[in-house]
Structures are given as C-alpha cells and as structure tokens.
Design a protein around this ligand. Structure first.
Ligand SMILES: CC[C@H](C)C(=O)C(=O)O
Ligand SMILES: [Mg+2]
Length: 574
C-alpha cells in the first residue's frame, strides 16, 4: 500500500504517537524494537482468539503471524493481541456451558477495550470456535475502523470403521452406548479417531455456519474461510487479509459500510441455504445491534422462509466442511444463490468490491454434489425455520434440514435444568411421543443460555430423534439434530409461558406453518402466571451474574447492551 495514500493525521493512532507529548508512548514502541518508520505507519490490531482449550483455536497463533506479514508488507504496523474463547465442545453438558454465550460479549468488549486503549487504526480478527466468530465481528461493527475477519478453518474429518466422522458422532455415540448399542471398546476407539487435527467442529455446525456468514456478510475475503485449519495453504488468505485491511484504511471503507440490512439478509440466506446452526438466529441480531440495525429473530425467519436448502452438509446432510471447500467453497454456494436472485449483489465487501463483482469470477462446478443449484434445491425452503405461538410470543427456532416430519403433538414432560433432562434420557426414563421441556436455561434464567447438545445427541443416539420433541428457552449446538426447538421466548425466568407448563399439557409444534402452541386457554395461562414466582439462579456475582443483569431477549440476540442505536461518534471518528 502506497504510504502516501493514507493520511495518518486523521487516524486514531495520532492520539498515541504524534507530537512531543507522546515521547513516552513512542519510547515503549522502541522498547519492542519498532523503528521510527514503523511507529509512523498505521497501527493494525491483529486480534486472535488463540488458546489451547480446543483444536478450534490452536492454529490461530500460526495464522496470526501470516496476517502480520501481510500488514507489514503493505506498510502497516501490526500489533498482535489475544482475547478469550470458551470452547463448547469442552463446556458442553455441565455448568461450564453457561460461560459460552457470555464469552461472546466478553470477546467483543475485550477487543474494543484493547483497540480503544492503544488507538489502533484498523483490525484483523481471527476466530475459531462458534461464538468467538460473532464476538469478533461484533467488535468490528462496534469500533467501525477498517477491519477484515478471518476464520481459523474447520477440523479434518476422522475415519471410524471406514466412514468419515465428526464430534457430532461422538456426542451421539454417548446415547448409543447408554442403551447398549455401542460397546465400551468402540466408544473408546471413536473418541480417539473422530478429531484428527486442528480446526473447528467439522460440519455445518455453528463455527462453519458463522464462517459462511462472514464471507456472505462481506467481512471476510472470498474463499478465506473454507480451507481446513491444518492446511497451511490457508495462510495465504491470512496474509491477503493483512494486506487488504491497509487498502481499506486508504479508501476509508468501514464495517458499517459493509454490514447493512441487505448484507444481514444475505447472511441469513446462506445460513438457511446451508442448513446452518440455529445459533445464527441469535448472532445475526447481535451483529446487527452493533451497527444500530434492528434485525431480530423474526426478520431472520422471514429470510429463512423464502430460501431454498441447497447444501448437503451434516448434521442434516451427508458432507463435512472439507468437502464444501473441495467442491468450491462458500463462493460456490453464494454464486448460485446470487444467480437465482436470493442474494443482494450490490453490497460492499472487504475486497473493496461488491458481492456481485466478487462472484463474477466464480465458476459453477458441476463435478460435485455437495452444493445443488438454487433452482434444483434439496427442499424449497430453508433448513431452518422460525416459530411463534402462545407458547412462544417472542419466537423460537428449529433446524428442519434432514427432518422427515415437521409436525409433532404430544404431552409435555418438564425439566427445570438440562442436567435433569439428561439424566432422564440417559436412563431412558421418558416415553415416545412426549415433548421434553427444558426451561430456566434462557439468557437470564440459566444464566447464559446453554447449548443442549449432550442431551439432544444422546436422544438421537438412542434412535429417538423423530420419536420425541424437545423445546427449551436455552439454545442448541450446530450439531444438534432431531425435533429440537430452541430460543423459546419469553424465557421462563421472566415469566414466559414455557415456565407455566405442567407435565401432561399438550404441545403442538408445526414447523410447516411456523407455530409453537400449548392447548391451554388464555385464562388458564393467566391463572398460572398469577401464581408463578421468579427463581434464584445461584449466581450472585461474577461475569455470568453481570451478564444476567443486562442481557436482553434471545429474539434480539441476547445482547448485553443497546448497540449503535445510541452512540453518536464511533471510535473510528474520535
Ligand atoms: C461440539 C461443538 C458443537 C459442534 C457446537 O457447539 C456448535 O456447533 O454450536
Ligand atoms: Mg456451540
């Protein structure tokens, strides 16, 4: 990037390194070996969610070095820093899962504070596990300095008895083992081979769903999110992201120029088209909130309703993320959706060009069956559906990709926390035809709105995926399959109808019509509400308690602060 193209006198770092009064600050940079020229260049924060908690994040340190090379090659000065990540595959099924969603907003806040504190002029964010991707993208929208996002990449599939497997198979094997359909020896062999490399959970689960969102919303370079983490080939995209952010500074192209309502609609479209994680129904409103855009679960569901399901990806389909990469990556999915009019082509992206301009060079690949043409879909509507009704006045969400039957009516069997339901499932202490209800697991009521993969996978592993339904004011992992309805709002902790249910109430679920109802009169519900009492969560201090004090409803993204609605001057303009 031509140095003259950037006027540093208008950049945030001018407050840190320009003028005699900033001699002490420059002294610190000399202490780290920077030269005067480097101090006089734009500073680029290279924010990484690296940690050793899980394979999702472990390769990000390597990839961050490639980003820094790209920044430096384009006459920028990279400054690497880490934020946290809570990994769901480790947190699943116990109290630790209450930290997962809370960590999304902590990631956003910590990146914001580091960028503001040091006056960095631009941001390249690297993330691997699930909610760290929206956490990083939320920070980019909040700060609104030129930014490029890059996903760390998917894990490679394991091989078990000649078949490709992912972590989803291990969670479901717990259910098979619990009913004697898998031996101890097979379970031990499976857990040792299912996850062979670095990278995030290997199919269209939440991490790969949000990676697909990153390219579709325009914050990641085309093709940059597709290559598996173990392929060092992907580091070229890291370097390109570092170079590209310098061009965005010169052209003053910022995240809120990119993340518009149309871009959010494009993101929701690729989620539905790929049968992606229901967590996108939470994270897209949260990203929108940081831009001051009202885009809630119902807006997302409207897009879902009119989008064909075209990518045959696990958990509902046959293939994993590596297969998608080899078929042509996220651009292949976007190409057919754009050609058939399902995407807005005039949205700006971090390439400095529009979606349509980016897709012009993408060639369709007939020599694959991972992605169908949008004109010949797997099913005519999206793999994910929004629901509403007297049991969910504030909405709910269900992944229908791969579901043979999309209607279910049955008696409620209520549990006031996930562990109680898991015990019942593990001991087969439930009946076919029941609707299992897990409540007091919402954003405030958990607190933390846990994912319920341990329970849903055990059910599916017992062969009961279409024989019982499960509804919760909590949420699901992207690897959840079966008739599982999440994000039921209002949540039980604030007096929502799900908290008024009693065993035996008849619940009607209709994912075709988009309804979730209980066969009770308004009078009966009101009578029960009059007797309802709020409950203690057991958290009276700390990060999870703090989250519960300010978190809003799931339909608006379970965010802990009103986003860009109120602020007049973003950090980028200080
Ligand atoms: C085990 C991790 C799982 C795949 C997940 O948490 C998600 O996709 O949301
Ligand atoms: Mg998850």
């Amino acid at each position: 990037m031509d140095k003259k193209a950037i006027d540093k006198s208008k950049l945030p770092s001018r407050h840190v390194v320009m003028g005699p009064q900033r001699a002490p600050h420059r002294s610190f940079y000399y202490a780290m070996g920077l030269t005067r020229d480097q101090i006089n260049q734009p500073f680029v924060g290279v924010a990484s969610c690296w940690n050793e908690a899980a394979p999702c994040n472990i390769s990000l340190m390597r990839q961050a070095q490639a980003v820094k090379h790209g920044v430096a090659a384009a006459n920028g000065t990279p400054r690497e820093f880490c934020t946290i990540t809570v990994t769901d595959g480790i947190a699943m099924g116990h109290e630790g899962m209450k930290s997962s969603l809370v960590s999304r907003d902590v990631i956003t806040d910590s990146v914001e504070l580091t960028m503001r504190g040091h006056g960095y002029d631009a941001l390249v964010g690297l993330a691997g596990c699930d909610k760290s991707l929206p956490g990083m993208m939320m920070a980019m929208c909040r700060l609104n300095v030129p930014s490029v996002f890059i996903y760390g990449g998917s894990i490679l599939p394991g091989q078990f008895k000649g078949k490709p497997v992912t972590i989803q198979d291990v969670f479901e094997a717990v259910g098979m083992h619990s009913v004697g359909n898998m031996s101890d020896a097979d379970l031990e062999e499976l857990e040792q081979v299912a996850c062979p490399s670095a990278g995030s959970c290997g199919a269209q689960f939440t991490a790969n769903t949000m990676a697909t969102v990153a390219e579709a919303i325009g914050l990641a370079l085309p093709y940059s999110c597709g290559a598996p983490a173990a392929y060092e080939f992907r580091d070229q995209f890291c370097a390109m992201s570092g170079e590209k952010v310098m061009e965005l500074i010169a052209r003053n192209i910022r995240p809120r120029d990119i993340v518009t309502r149309k871009a959010l609609e494009n993101a929701a479209t690729v989620v539905a088209a790929s049968g992606g994680s229901t967590n996108a129904g939470l994270h897209l409103p949260a990203i929108a909130n940081e831009c001051g855009i009202k885009f809630d679960l119902f807006d997302v569901a409207e897009i879902f309703k009119k989008t064909p399901y075209i990518a045959d990806l696990k958990p509902g389909g046959r293939y994993v993320a590596k297969d998608m990469f080899e078929a042509g990556g996220i651009p292949l999915l976007m190409k057919t959706l754009l050609d058939e009019g399902f995407l807005h082509g005039d949205c700006m992206t971090v390439t400095g060009r529009t979606i349509a301009e980016n897709m012009a060079s993408v060639k369709w690949n007939d020599d694959q069956d991972v992605v169908r043409k949008a004109s010949t879909p797997i099913t005519p509507t999206g793999g994910v559906v929004g629901l509403k009704g007297n049991l969910a006045p504030d909405g709910a969400i269900v992944k229908v990709a791969g579901l043979a039957n999309q209607k279910f009516t049955g008696p409620a069997r209520c549990f006031d926390k996930e562990e109680a339901c898991f015990e019942a499932v593990k001991n087969k202490d439930y009946k076919e035809g029941e609707v299992l209800v897990i409540r007091y697991e919402g954003p405030k009521g958990g607190p933390g709105m846990r994912e319920m993969l341990a329970t849903t996978a055990a059910l599916y592993g017992q062969g009961m995926g279409d024989k019982v339904a499960l509804i919760t004011d909590g949420r699901f992992s992207g690897a959840t399959r079966g008739f599982c309805i999440g994000h039921v709002g209002p949540e039980a902790a604030v007096g929502g109808p799900i908290g008024l249910l009693q065993d035996g109430d008849i619940i009607e679920i209709d994912a075709v019509e988009g309804t979730l109802a209980v066969q009770l009169s308004d009078e009966e519900l009101e009578a029960r509400r009059a007797k309802w009492q709020p409950r203690e969560t057991g958290y009276g201090s700390g990060a999870i308690w703090k989250f519960a004090q300010t978190v809003g409803p799931a339909k608006d993204g379970a965010v802990t602060q009103p986003g860009g609605f109120g602020e007049k001057i973003t950090y980028a303009d200080l």
